[in-house]
Design a protein around this ligand. Structure first.
Ligand code: ADP
Length: 965
C-alpha cells in the first residue's frame, strides 16, 4: 500500500533530536562544573604550596639566627674561636633563606620583612659582631665589663627574632585563610550542582509532557474510532492534516482501510452465500462417505473375524481348541446366536457356542440321524426357518422366527468330515452368505485334515517312543554326524549318574568319554565307540562292557545302521543288560567245576573199589571195608545230588514243605550224638535256655538245615575245638546259635556266603571240599519257614550262625505223641499184609521187595501201570507202594493214584508214593498217604508202611493182623 505523503517529521526523529539536545546540555553543564571544581582545587593547592615554602624559609631563618646568636654567645663566654667560625659559616644559610623568601614574596609585607632581615643581617655581621669581637679581644676575653653594650645588643637581637616569629604567625594565618576560602568555594559549587540537576529534571518533565500530549491523544482518538468501527458503528475519523508524522499517516490509512472494508463486505456476503451452497453439497457428500465408512468398517470387522478364524485354524494343533475357535468365530461372522461343530469320525469330538450341556448331548446323540442325514446325503448347506421355541422367545410375545443353517465340512475325498449347525434369530441366511460359508468350510476341512495327520503322526511318535521305552534294551540313535539324537528311558536308567542333558544331543564320542570313566574296560569301550562313529562296525559285532557302580552291570552293545532308501540316516546302538545271563554263565562255570570235582572224587573211589572187588579175590574183612567206603561215597554222592536238586526246586518254587509241629531238641541231640562219635577232635555242647523249642515246619528240612550248619562247623574247624549249640528265646522267636572255633569267615565274604555256589576261596580251605550250596539251601528253607539265618564271624577265631524261627507256644502234643509212639522195630510175621509195589526200575523194585519181605510183608511187584491196576482191583492190597514215572507206554503213577482214589472200593487203600520227583503237594492232594523221595534208605519204606497201617488201625479202618497183636 502506498502512503500519500511521506513522513517528514517522524516521531522517532523528533524524540531523537530532543534527547540529543538534552544530553548535550546535560553534558556541558556537568563538564563546566567539573572544570570549575578542578580550578578551585588547583588555585588552593598552588597558594598553599607558596605559603608552605615561605614558612619553610622563615623557619630556616629563625633556626639559623638562633644558632648564630648561640654560637657567638658561646664564643664570648669561652673564647673558643671554632664556635665563632661556625657562627660565621651560617651566613650562607641566612642568605639562602633570604633568597627563598624573595622568590616567594608577593605581598608588600613580605618585601618589608625581607628588607628588615637584610638590614639586620648586614648590621649584625658587618657592625655588631666585628665590634663585639674587637672589644672582646681587647679585653682579653673578658666580657663582663660592658653590661650596657651587651644589654643593648641582646635587645636588638631579641627584637629581630620576635619580628621573625611575628612574620611566621602571619604566614600561618594566611594558610588558614587560604583553606577557608577553598572550603567556601567548594560549598558554592555543590549548590550550583544541585541547582543544575533540578533544572535539567524540570526540563525533561516538560519535554515529556509536551510529547505525550502530541502523540498519546491522537492515538487514543484513533483507538476509540477503531473500537466504534469494530462494533459496526459509523464514525468520523479524526484528521491531523497539519502534522507530518506517523499519527497523520495512521489517520489517513485508517480512513482508507474503512473504505476498503466496506467494499469487501459486499463481496464477502456474496461469497458467503456461495459457500453456504457448497457446504450443503459437502454435507451430502459427507453423509455418503459416512455410509461408505460404515460398510468398510463392517467389512473390516468381518475380515478381522475371518482372520481370527484362520488364526484359530492355524494356531493350534489341538483339535478341541481348533473346534472351539471355529465355532465361536463363525458365530461372530454369521452373527449367529449359537452353533455347534461335530466331527463325524470315531472320536466324537465337538465344540459348541451358546448351547446348554443337554442341548450339546442331544445334538451328538442324533448325529447320525434327523437333519444331519440330509446333509450327509446331499453334501450341501441348507437353511430352515422355524418358529422360535418359548425358551428362545424370552420376553417377546409376538411371532418370532429362527433360522437354522446346516453346513457340511467336506474332506479332500469328498466325505463329510464334520457338520456344523448355526441358529440366528429374525435374520434369514441369503444365498450369497451360504455360498460364502461353504467356502470357509474348505479352510476348516484342510485344517481338520492337518490335525488328523498331526494326531496320527503324534500317535505314531508316542507309540514309537513307548515301544522304545518298553523294550528292555537301552537304545541310542546316532545321526550321520555322530550326534546322539535320541535315547530311550532304559538307556537313561543304565547311566543314572549322567545328567539327562548329557545323554542326548551330544556327540557319541563325547558321551563315551563321559561314561567311559565308570566303565571297567574303558579303553576297549572307547575304541568300540570310535569304530561306531567311523562306521567301521558290522551288525554281527558285539561288545561287552561292565559298568562299575553301586550295582554292577554287564552290558552287551550291538550296532545297526539305519537306511532310508539308499541313504544312511544314522546308527542304532542297542545296549542289552546281560548281567543275569553273565552271572548265570559265571555260575554255570563254577557249577561245572564244582560238580566235576565233587562228583568225580567219590565216583572214582566207588569205581576203583568196585573194580578191585570184581577183579580180585579179597578177604571178607577187606571186602567189608571196601564196601563201607563205597557206601560212604555213594551217600556223599546222594547228598550232593540232593543238594543240587534242592536248590533247583527251591528256586523254581516247586519245593513242597510238609509242616508239622516239630521239637528241635531231639533232632539236635541225635545229630550231636552222631557227631561226638564221628569227630573225636571236637567237643559238642548243647545249651538250652527255653522250653519253647517247638516250631511249625517240615522236619526233614529243619533237620537238613541243622545238619548243614553242624557239618560246616566241624568241616571249617580242621584243628578241632568246641562246637556249641545254644537254644534260646528272643522276642517272639526261637533261636539256635551254632558256634565254632574254626577258621572264621573274612568280612568281605560274609554278604555272599548265602549265595549258591559261593565258596570262600583261600589257601587254608582249598583242601576242604564243598559245593557252596549248603548255606544257600539253609537260607531258602529258613525263608520258607518265615524264619531267618544270620552269621557273625571273626577270622581265625570262629563263626556263629544263628537260626531264628517264629515262636509257637502251644504244642500239638497229640501229633507228637503219635509220631513218638510208632515203633520202628522190624515187625515179623506180617504175612497177612499185602503190599503191591509198582516200580519200573527192576533193580530198585527187587531191592524194595527184598526189604519188605525181610520185614514180613507179602509183596507183589509190577513194572507196568495197567498190570498193576488190574492187580489192585483184583487183590485189593493193604498198601500200595507207587512210583510215578513208569513205562511211557502205560499209565503213570498219577493216573493210578487218581483211579484208585476215585474208586469207592479201593479208595481206602493207603498209597505210599516212592518217587524221585519232589511233588509232594500234588501227591497229597490226589490222596497219597505218604510221599518218599528217592533215594531213601529201604528200611524207611518198611517203617512208613507200618506207621500208616497203625494209623489206619487206630482210626478203625483196618485191623492189624492178629499175629502182630
Ligand atoms: P560248602 O561248605 O559246600 O562250600 P556252604 O554253602 O555250606 O558250602 O558254605 C559256603 C562257604 O561259607 C564255605 O565255602 C565256607 O568257606 C564258608 N563257611 C560256611 N560255614 C562256615 C563255618 N562254620 N566256618 C567258616 N566258614 C564257613
Amino acid at each position: 500500500m502506498k502512503t500519500n505523503k511521506p513522513i517528514k517529521k517522524s516521531i522517532a526523529h523528533q524524540y531523537l533530536r530532543i534527547m540529543v539536545l538534552f544530553s548535550a546540555v546535560l553534558m556541558i553543564g556537568f563538564i563546566s562544573l567539573i572544570v570549575y571544581n578542578g580550578k578551585i582545587q588547583a588555585d588552593f593547592e598552588e597558594e598553599n604550596e607558596d605559603l608552605e615554602r615561605e614558612m619553610a624559609a622563615v623557619n630556616q631563618l629563625e633556626k639559623t639566627y638562633t644558632s648564630i646568636v648561640l654560637n657567638m654567645r658561646g664564643y664570648f663566654a669561652f673564647g673558643d674561636e671554632s664556635i665563632r667560625d661556625k657562627a660565621f659559616a651560617k651566613q650562607e644559610e641566612v642568605l639562602e633563606s633570604i633568597q627563598m623568601l624573595k622568590e616567594e614574596a608577593d605581598l608588600k609585607e613580605d618585601n618589608v620583612f625581607i628588607s628588615q632581615v637584610e638590614n639586620f643581617h648586614r648590621y649584625y655581621f658587618d657592625v655588631l659582631v666585628p665590634q663585639q669581637i674587637k672589644v672582646f679581644q681587647a679585653r682579653n676575653g673578658q666580657w663582663e665589663d660592658s653590661p650596657g653594650l651587651n644589654q643593648y645588643n641582646s635587645e636588638k637581637i631579641e627584637t629581630f627574632l620576635s619580628s621573625i616569629l611575628a612574620y611566621h604567625q602571619s604566614k600561618d594565618l594566611q594558610i588558614q585563610q587560604n583553606f577557608i576560602d577553598y572550603s567556601s568555594k567548594q560549598e558554592l559549587l555543590q549548590w550550583a550542582m544541585i541547582a543544575f540537576v533540578s533544572l535539567m529534571l524540570l526540563l525533561l518533565i516538560t519535554i515529556i509532557r509536551a510529547k505525550v500530549k502530541s502523540i498519546g491523544q491522537p492515538l487514543q482518538e484513533l483507538a476509540l474510532a477503531s473500537e466504534e468501527i469494530s462494533a459496526g458503528r459509523e464514525v468520523d475519523i479524526p484528521k491531523y492534516d497539519g502534522r507530518e508524522d506517523e499519527v497523520s499517516l495512521l489517520s489517513r490509512s485508517f480512513e482508507k482501510m474503512i473504505k476498503s472494508i466496506q467494499e469487501n463486505e459486499q463481496n464477502l456476503l456474496a461469497q458467503n452465500e456461495e459457500l453456504m451452497a457448497q457446504q450443503d453439497e459437502l454435507q451430502m457428500q459427507k453423509e455418503e462417505l459416512e455410509h461408505a465408512v460404515d460398510i468398510i468398517q463392517t467389512n473390516e470387522a468381518n475380515l478381522k473375524r475371518r482372520n481370527e478364524l484362520m488364526h484359530s485354524l492355524s494356531n493350534s494343533l489341538n483339535k478341541q481348541i481348533v473346534l472351539e475357535g471355529v465355532v465361536e468365530n463363525i458365530c461372530h461372522i454369521m452373527n449367529a446366536d449359537r452353533g455347534i461343530i461335530a466331527l463325524m469320525d470315531s472320536t466324537n469330538a465337538y465344540a459348541a457356542f451358546g448351547l446348554a450341556d443337554k442341548e450339546e448331548v442331544q445334538f451328538m446323540r442324533n448325529l447320525h440321524s434327523g437333519m444331519i442325514d440330509r446333509l450327509i446325503e446331499k453334501k450341501r448347506a441348507y437353511s430352515i426357518k422355524r418358529n422360535c421355541t418359548p425358551l428362545e422367545k424370552g420376553y417377546h410375545t409376538e411371532e418370532l422366527y429362527c433360522y437354522d443353517l446346516y453346513i457340511p465340512v467336506l474332506s479332500s475325498t469328498g466325505q463329510v468330515a464334520a457338520v456344523m449347525m448355526f441358529s440366528r434369530y429374525a435374520n434369514p441366511y441369503s444365498k450369497d452368505e451360504i455360498k460364502e460359508y461353504e467356502g470357509t468350510c474348505k479352510q476348516i476341512s484342510i485344517s481338520l485334515e492337518k490335525i488328523r495327520v498331526y494326531e496320527d503322526s503324534e500317535f505314531e511318535r508316542l507309540l514309537t517312543r513307548d515301544i522304545l521305552n518298553t523294550i528292555h534294551e537301552g537304545v541310542q540313535l546316532v545321526d550321520e554326524n555322530g550326534v546322539i539324537t535320541r535315547v530311550n528311558s532304559k538307556m537313561q536308567g543304565l547311566y543314572q549318574e549322567v545328567k539327562a542333558a548329557e545323554l542326548v544331543n551330544v556327540p557319541l564320542e563325547q558321551w563315551s568319554h563321559k561314561v567311559g570313566t565308570s566303565i571297567a574296560d574303558g579303553e576297549a569301550f572307547l575304541e568300540f565307540m570310535q569304530a561306531v562313529t567311523a562306521g567301521k562296525t558290522t551288525p554281527e559285532e558285539r561288545h561287552v562292557y561292565h559298568i562299575n557302580g553301586p550295582i554292577k552291570q554287564v552290558i552287551q552293545v550291538y550296532v545297526e545302521e539305519l537306511y532310508r532308501g539308499n541313504k544312511r540316516v544314522g546308527t542304532l546302538l542297542v545296549h542289552r543288560d546281560i548281567t543275569k545271563a553273565y552271572e548265570v554263565d559265571q555260575m554255570k562255570s563254577e557249577f561245572v567245576s564244582t560238580v566235576s570235582h565233587e562228583l568225580r572224587t567219590p565216583l572214582s573211589s566207588v569205581l576203583g573199589f568196585t573194580e578191585l572187588m570184581l577183579n580180585k579175590k579179597l578177604k571178607p574183612e577187606r571186602q567189608q571195608k571196601y564196601l563201607q567206603t563205597i557206601y560212604q561215597e555213594a551217600k556223599r554222592l546222594t547228598a550232593l545230588i540232593n543238594d543240587f536238586l534242592d536248590v533247583q526246586r527251591m528256586e523254581s518254587g516247586k519245593q513242597a514243605y510238609e509242616k508239622k509241629y516239630v521239637d528241635m531238641i531231639p533232632i539236635i541231640k541225635r545229630r550231636l550224638d552222631t557227631d561226638r562219635v564221628n569227630h573225636p577232635d571236637h567237643s559238642f555242647i548243647l545249651n538250652q535256655s527255653t522250653e519253647n523249642t517247638t516250631v511249625l515246619g517240615d522236619e526233614d528240612k529243619i533237620t537238613q538245615v541243622l545238619n548243614n550248619l553242624f557239618s560246616n562247623a566241624v568241616k571249617y574247624s580242621p584243628d578241632g575245638g568246641e562246637v556249641k549249640v545254644t537254644v534260646f528265646e528272643n522276642e517272639n522267636n526261637v533261636c539256635i546259635d551254632v558256634k565254632d572255633q574254626g577258621l572264621g569267615i573274612p568280612e568281605d565274604a560274609l554278604e555272599n556266603i548265602f549265595t549258591k555256589f559261593y565258596r570262600v576261596d583261600n589257601s587254608d580251605r582249598r583242601k576242604i571240599g564243598g559245593t557252596g550250596l549248603g548255606l544257600s539251601i539253609v537260607s531258602e528253607i529258613m525263608k520258607a519257614h518265615e524264619g531267618s539265618v544270620s552269621v557273625t564271624s571273626e577270622l581265625k577265631r570262629g563263626s556263629t550262625f544263628t537260626l531264628s524261627f517264629p515262636l509257637i507256644l502251644s504244642k500239638n502234643t497229640e501229633m507228637e505223641k503219635e509220631s513218638e509212639n510208632v515203633s520202628l522195630e522190624p515187625v515179623t510175621n506180617r504175612v497177612d499184609v499185602n503190599v503191591i509195589v509198582i516200580e519200573d526200575d527192576r533193580n530198585l523194585a527187587s531191592l524194595l521187595q527184598t526189604e519188605l519181605e525181610d520185614n514180613g510183608f507179602q509183596v507183589l511187584q509190577y513194572t507196568n501201570g495197567e498190570d498193576a491196576m488190574h492187580a489192585i482191583e483184583q487183590y485189593k492190597p493193604d498198601t500200595i507202594v507207587l512210583d510215578i514215572m513208569l513205562d511211557e507206554t502205560s499209565m503213570n503213577g498219577w493216573e493210578i493214584l487218581e483211579k484208585v482214589k476215585t474208586n469207592p472200593d479201593l479208595k481206602d487203600i493207603p498209597i505210599i508214593v516212592s518217587s524221585a520227583l519232589e511233588e509232594k503237594e500234588k501227591g497229597f492232594s490226589l490222596g497219597a498217604t505218604e510221599y518218599l523221595v528217592k533215594p531213601y534208605p529201604p528200611h524207611k519204606l518198611s517203617s512208613t508202611i507200618l506207621q500208616t497201617l497203625l494209623k489206619k488201625e487206630k482210626s478203625g479202618q483196618i485191623l492189624v493182623p492178629s499175629s502182630a497183636e
